[in-house]
Every structure is written in structure tokens, then in C-alpha cells.
Design a protein around this ligand. Structure first.
Ligand code: NAP
Ligand code: ZN
Ligand code: ZN
Length: 364
């Protein structure tokens, strides 16, 4: 690792002042991320100010800043796997006090009144989910900026509680990779003996293996990378299938109750559908920019389902954090400095991360 970037001193913080924030941002879909400074809003009565300690790198950050899912808004500070310390709270905040640990996931606000919000599924708010970056605040115009930054200001209701004494750098990825895999594993009632397939052993995939195993599931990993077999088994997988050879799927035919598919690129679902039991479900969490294809016969025979899942609401995210703390389930990570973000992106795209890059936020 080379020497630390030179960092300008922050202005002293006052409740009535905006928060000077150091960050890394992309200025266009083709430019590398580079140092960037901006002001977070002055904390409101219901805001929590967090000094970020760590932020994970999710493949969604890469899809977004490269405008793979549609044009992004620039400058764009990505990052939605955020942990840190509360350094100020607004006067109406009851749930947090200065010195508490806090987390922020994929969204920072929502209407709070619609059916989805009332059902604790703010990610599906029918009015406006304010995503953590590349979105807007509820005013519909102020851009949101994410966690590749020194600080973030978030409404207390959308801030998660993190227990003290946990390895924070390994907790950060739970805020997206953890909840995105926990939510469908729970919804499809994984319990002792449930046969779960996990497609793609990256950030989401390795969390899916750990969480499914912690719920009692028996896990099969499907991977394009033969070199990940030993890791998959250490993470808790019973079976490992190398997907480049179609004949490797044969022993798994009709065996699985549920598949969590985390692949970030287009791929054919057909061989995976063949591994499901009758009535089994193939849940897509990986969000390939290209439309996916599958043959109807793959779901007709065996009354199978292809489903999707999007992160999780605040209540479920807190439940997942508490579950992972109790079971000691944390991400396997490589800790990097901010200056190494672009290199980390390249390795993530090549499937070479073990198994989540996490940025040390003191290096912004
Ligand atoms: P990641 O760390 O890059 O992992 C993806 C894994 O998929 C790779 O490690 C690789 O595993 C496999 N893979 C990649 N390209 C492949 C290809 N062309 N064919 C087959 N397998 C391939 O990414 P991530 O952060 O886990 O995110 C995965 C996807 O989930 C992304 O599309 C991301 O945007 C999406 N996502 C969705 C949600 C949601 O709420 N639904 C939330 C977060 C992220 P192997 O080496 O084992 O093959
Ligand atoms: Zn994510
Ligand atoms: Zn709503």
C-alpha cells in the first residue's frame, strides 16, 4: 500500500452548520473515482450525524457509476454499506446519542405513510424511496450522496443500530449484501435441512452461504471459479458446482428447495431451474444490466417460480443485524484505502474479491 492521501482538515462542526465532507466521487460514467469535497446538510431535528468508519463496495456501486442501469447523476459518491460513530444528533432524536455506533444501508428516507412504508417495506415506497446515492431527497431535487465519504447525515428512523464490540469493517457489508440475502432466505423459510443453492460466490453470494447455513440450510454453491471451492466449503457450503460444464449440474437435478442467484451479469437460468424440486423458487437478487432469458419449459415442468427480491426494509435490516451479531456472522473482507477504490472495482468485475472490499473511511 502506498502512503495516505493528503486530507484537508475538516471545519469544526456545529449543529447549525452544514458538514464539510471528504469523499470519492465519479464525475462521469467513464471517469475513475477521485477525491471530492462537498457539504452535507446541517442536521435537522430528527437527523443523526455519522462519522463513517467503513463502507463496503457493492457491485451495485459499479453498475451505477458506470451508468450500466441507465444514466447516473454526477458527481456521484457511491456506497450503501455504511458504518460509523454518531457524532451529533438533532434535538428530537431519541434512538441515538453521541458515541453510539450506527449503520446506513441502501436508502435514507421514504414517505412513511404509504402501504409499503406502513408494512415496513420502505424500499418499495409508492411515493419516493430516497436511495442512499444516485437518488434525491424527498424534495425530489437534492441529490443524495453515499458512503465513500467521511460523514453522512441521515434521519434517525432510517439509521440502524450497531452493537458495540463487533468487527465494524466486517459488519459494514451486512447493510446491503447481508440484508439482500437474509430477506429472501427468511421469506422462503429456510430452516434446518432446507436445500439452498447460491449462484455466484461474490459479496452477496458469500453472505448468502453464511446466512443460509446459520439458519440451518444445506448449501450448494454454483460458481464460475474453480479456485473458490475450498473457500465455499469453509464458508459452510456442502456442495460446489463449477458451472462452466453443463454435466456438473446432473447430480443436483431436482434437489434444491430454493436458489439465491447473485450473478451480476446475463446468464441462462435453465440449468439452475433443473436443480430445483417441484415448486422450488429461483430468486434473483443479482441485477444484470441486460435482460435475462429463460425457457418457459424450465418453470412449467415442476411448477417452479422465478422471483426477485430487493434489499429489505429498516425493521428487517435491524433484525438481520441482530441475527448476524447473535450468530457471529460477518463478511469476509479485504480492507482498502480510498485511493485503491478503482483497482478494487476492476478486481470485483473479474470476480476476484474475497469476498467484499471495504474502504477504511479514515483514508478519505
Ligand atoms: P460481486 O461481488 O461482483 O459478485 C458477483 C459474483 O457473480 C462474482 O463473484 C462471480 O462469482 C459471479 N459472476 C460474475 N460475473 C459472472 C458471469 N458473467 N457469469 C457467471 N457468474 C458471474 O457482486 P455483488 O456485490 O455480490 O452483487 C451481485 C449482484 O447483485 C449485482 O448485480 C448487484 O447490483 C446486485 N445487487 C442486488 C441487490 C438487490 O437488492 N436485489 C442488492 C445488492 C446488489 P463466481 O466467481 O463464483 O462465479
Ligand atoms: Zn448494494
Ligand atoms: Zn412510502
Amino acid at each position: 500500500m502506498t502512503k495516505k492521501l493528503s486530507i484537508k482538515k475538516l471545519q469544526p462542526m456545529s449543529k447549525s452548520r452544514s458538514i464539510a465532507t471528504r469523499a470519492f466521487a465519479a464525475q462521469s460514467a467513464t471517469s475513475p473515482l477521485a477525491p471530492y469535497q462537498f457539504e452535507r446538510r446541517a442536521p435537522r431535528a430528527d437527523d443523526v450525524v455519522i462519522e463513517i468508519s467503513h463502507c463496503g463496495i457493492c457491485h451495485s456501486d459499479i453498475h451505477t457509476v458506470r451508468s450500466e442501469w441507465g444514466p447516473a447523476t454526477f458527481p456521484c459518491v457511491p456506497g450503501h454499506e455504511i458504518v460509523g460513530k454518531v457524532i451529533a444528533v438533532g434535538k428530537k432524536v431519541k434512538r441515538f446519542k453521541v458515541g453510539d455506533l450506527a449503520g446506513v444501508g441502501c436508502f435514507v428516507d421514504s414517505c412513511g405513510k404509504c402501504v409499503s412504508c406502513k408494512n415496513n417495506e420502505e424500499q418499495f415506497c409508492s411515493v419516493h424511496t430516497a436511495f442512499t446515492y444516485n437518488g434525491t431527497e424527498l424534495d425530489g431535487k437534492t441529490p443524495t450522496q453515499g458512503g465513500y465519504a467521511s460523514h453522512i447525515v441521515v434521519r434517525d428512523k432510517y439509521t440502524l443500530k450497531i452493537k458495540k464490540g463487533l468487527p465494524l469493517e466486517r459488519v459494514a457489508p451486512l447493510l446491503c449484501a447481508g440484508i439482500t440475502t437474509y430477506s429472501p432466505l427468511k421469506r422462503y423459510k429456510v430452516k434446518k435441512g432446507t436445500k439452498v443453492g447460491v449462484v455466484g460466490l461474490g459479496g452477496l453470494g458469500h453472505m448468502a452461504v453464511k446466512i443460509a447455513k446459520a439458519m440451518g440450510g444445506e448449501v450448494t454453491v454454483f460458481s464460475t471459479s474453480p479456485g473458490k471451492e475450498q473457500d465455499a466449503r469453509k464458508l459452510g457450503a456442502k456442495n460446489f458446482v463449477i458451472t462452466s460444464d453443463a454435466s456438473n449440474f446432473a447430480p443436483m437435478a431436482g434437489k434444491l428447495d430454493l436458489i439465491i442467484d447473485t450473478v451480476a451479469a446475463d446468464h441462462d437460468f435453465t440449468p439452475y431451474l433443473g436443480t430445483l424440486k417441484i415448486g422450488g423458487t429461483h430468486v434473483l437478487v443479482g441485477a444484470a444490466p441486460e435482460p435475462n432469458k429463460f425457457g418457459a419449459m424450465g418453470v412449467i415442468f415442476g411448477r417452479k417460480a422465478i422471483a426477485g427480491s430487493l434489499i429489505g426494509g429498516i425493521k428487517e435490516t435491524q433484525e438481520m443485524l441482530d441475527f448476524c451479531a447473535a450468530k457471529k456472522v460477518f463478511a469476509d473482507i479485504e480492507l482498502i484505502e480510498a485511493k485503491d477504490i478503482n483497482a478494487a472495482y476492476e478486481r470485483t468485475i473479474k470476480g476476484q474479491v474475497k469476498y467484499r472490499f471495504v474502504i477504511d473511511a479514515t483514508t478519505f
